[in-house]
Design a protein around this ligand. Structure first.
Ligand code: PLP
Length: 425
């Protein structure tokens, strides 16, 4: 039999690099993985969750409601608490953008990103995104046959001039109608640790609005704020929801995975119409609702002070681990490697001299594996954008999951591998 039984999407979808990287780490017990985006195991709130679950299961009626199906949109109490919290973080601008009835709770923010893309994009549509970006999102686009165009990053986010010139050239070629959204990982970006300034969010939204007439439809800004609360230095930037008059164009995806417990996978989206309705209907088909028990757990964590207490501890912990990584990078990485000191999140993004390739097929990646250390090759974070070549001399290294001892040892090993590679040229 010759014909493929799979759907076009089933046949097209490539295995995500994350599965391969995780498999590699699991199959080599001596390997130090600085690749995973996992959070710190010791920071996970085991005792706190035990107590919160006891509160939920304290009586028959409370327990029944937690162990029953909920609604597709999500627990009303959790939506209200989350919306109020977002409103507070954004310093309470007068706005209906934070109304709980615009919010949908999802299985991690990952599901929200998938649902939004599914509701918005057909095969052949285009999403503009940061160059580099969150590689798992690239997997969603690849799977759905959506094209991407990368926009260069500066210290405070997107290069707005380049965003404009990409929009302009798409307009010229008649392709603007295929552009549905700009996707930004706006806080301590995965992978570069860059935070987008509020000014740049405003500028991007203004620009998109100007090109809408030529596109023939709204162009949305998808703000992925997965790392927002993992700030350990400086002040929070307001989200795009706070940009005046732009609420009808902003999709805000947030999560309780990173700041509380990755295993709970409770995420959420703030959605304008017509996306809200479409995403709600599609989610109904996916799962008709995120786990009620886990939503009630998050509701309890927010209602008591557990959530905020936990965040404070988490920030201290990541500040220390980032400090350890920074110090060992300075001690052991060759002087011509550059990186940005993160103010939050889980990552350092190291730029090697241009001629040192570090992709999965490179000699350097193999030498690192032979030295039992794993990083995320930066090339995985660049979209398949036909208008430019992928960069192949950057790496993402994470201080999230590795212990301080492993951070020191892993970076030291990588430093030696790098020094050898640079010397050999
Ligand atoms: C940028 C970014 N967005 C979204 C997610 C998805 O996280 P979750 O589905 O656990 O909320 C991640 C996870 O690593 C991420 O790095």
């Amino acid at each position: 039999m010759k014909r493929n039984v799979l759907s076009a999407l089933g046949a097209r979808t490539q295995p995500p690099p994350i599965s391969w990287l995780m498999q590699l780490a699991l199959s080599r017990p001596r390997l130090i993985s600085l690749a995973a985006g996992f959070t710190d195991n010791e920071s996970l709130p085991v005792r706190e969750v035990q107590k919160l679950l006891e509160r939920i299961l304290v009586s028959r009626s409370k327990g029944e409601s937690a162990l029953q199906y909920g609604s597709t949109q999500g627990d009303p109490a959790l939506r209200r608490l989350t919306a109020d919290y977002l409103h507070q973080l954004d310093r309470n601008p007068k706005s209906s953008n934070y109304a709980p009835d615009r919010m949908i709770i999802s299985n991690g923010s990952q599901q929200m990103l998938y649902l939004v893309t599914e509701a918005l994009c057909d095969t052949g549509d285009i999403v503009l995104l940061e160059d580099p970006t969150y590689f798992v999102y690239l997997g969603i686009l690849q799977s759905r046959g959506v094209e991407a165009r990368g926009i260069r990053m500066e210290r405070d986010g997107l290069n707005i001039e380049q965003l404009e010139s990409v929009l302009q050239s798409l307009k010229k070629t008649g392709d603007l109608r295929r552009v549905k959204a700009v996707y930004l990982v706006s806080y301590f970006q995965n992978p570069t640790a860059i935070t987008t300034s509020f000014r740049k969010k405003q500028a991007a939204l203004e620009l998109l609005r100007r090109y809408e007439r030529a596109a023939g439809h709204p162009i949305f800004l998808i703000e992925d704020a997965a790392y927002r609360e993992l700030r350990f230095r400086g002040d929070d930037e307001r989200s795009a929801l706070a940009v005046r008059g732009a609420g009808d164009r902003v999709i805000y995806a947030g999560t309780y995975s990173k700041p509380f417990a990755t295993g709970t996978r409770v995420g959420f989206g703030m959605l304008p119409e017509p996306l809200f309705r479409a995403v709600l209907s599609i989610k109904g088909n996916h799962d008709f609702g995120t786990s009620n028990l886990l939503q009630q757990l998050m509701t309890q964590a927010l209602q008591t002070s557990q959530y905020q207490d936990h965040l404070r501890g988490m920030r201290r912990r990541y500040a220390r681990k980032a400090g350890v990584m920074s110090q060992i990078l300075q001690e052991t990485f060759p002087p011509d490697v550059e990186w940005i000191e993160p103010d939050g999140g889980l990552y350092f993004w190291a730029k090697l001299p241009k001629h040192i390739r570090c992709g999965t097929a490179s000699a350097l990646f193999k030498s690192a594996l032979a030295s039992e250390v794993l990083y995320v090759p930066g090339e995985l974070c660049y979209a398949d954008d036909p208008t430019r070549k992928k960069v192949n001399h950057e790496m993402r290294i994470s201080f999230g999951n590795a212990s301080e001892k492993d951070i020191r040892e892993g970076v030291r090993r990588l430093g030696s591998v790098l020094a050898r590679a640079i010397k050999a040229r």
